[in-house]
Design a binder for this molecule. Structure first.
Ligand code: URA
Length: 209
């Protein structure tokens, strides 16, 4: 007999919440401290989209303030981009984690959670109207392109025109922090800096609208 899908308690995928704190479009809110909204100027020409808040971001309520954020800051500086001029956000706004001993270990969000949270990313891109969106990692890329099959491999190295924005895909800083060998970490970090440089160049020269 085919199993019928049980509704998850406290989840309303069709909900159109007015505030992130009230969001029950997926179940991640239940185990997160708080939702983490994007931060940056209302009409920033560049938007950076990460995956989801990590442990520190969940506690502080701000995106990219932990170790991945420190690496992003370093890459932005090297690329000549002021973080305060950029709108920084995530594809998924609640921290998804599993316990390991006393620690909360990051768990990659699933497609259902990416889809549910696209509601918020869509609102942010609609408000900010960035010329260029830098997608850090494959979760961000899938969300930004609205394509669950999008891969970093196929999308890196060139800007993709999508719904009036130029999309630049690169590695997530966590990959550049945690890849097992130093050459891969260095290569990934360089790719992030290059992507941010290219985004900066497009912001200065590119006309999408
Ligand atoms: N990783 C992300 O993708 N986003 C954050 O805000 C922090 C870590």
């Amino acid at each position: 007999m085919a199993a019928t899908k049980q509704p998850q308690p406290g989840v309303e995928p069709e909900q159109a919440p007015e505030s992130l704190d009230a969001c029950r479009r997926c179940a991640l809110w239940e185990h997160a401290t708080q939702a983490v909204p994007g931060v940056g100027p209302r009409h920033a020409p560049m938007m950076i989209v990460g995956e989801q808040p990590g442990d520190q971001e969940d506690l502080q309520g701000k995106p990219f303030v932990g170790p991945a954020g420190a690496m992003l800051d370093r890459a932005l500086e090297e690329a000549g981009v002021a973080r305060k001029a950029v709108y920084v956000t995530n594809a998924v706004k609640h921290f998804k984690w599993e316990p390991r001993g006393k620690r909360r270990m990051h768990k990659t969000p699933g497609q259902r959670e990416i889809d549910a949270c696209h509601y918020w990313l869509d609102r942010e891109t609609g408000k900010v109207e960035p010329k260029v969106i830098v997608a850090l990692g494959s979760t961000a890329l899938k969300s930004v392109l609205r394509n669950s099959k999008a891969t970093l491999q196929a999308s890196m190295g060139h800007a993709i025109e999508h719904e009036g924005h130029a999309i630049i895909a690169t590695y997530h800083p966590s990959f550049a922090l945690r890849a097992p060998d130093p050459e891969t970490r260095e290569r990934a970090y360089k790719a992030i800096v290059d992507a941010l440089r290219e985004a900066h160049r497009l912001v200065t020269h590119h006309r999408t609208r």
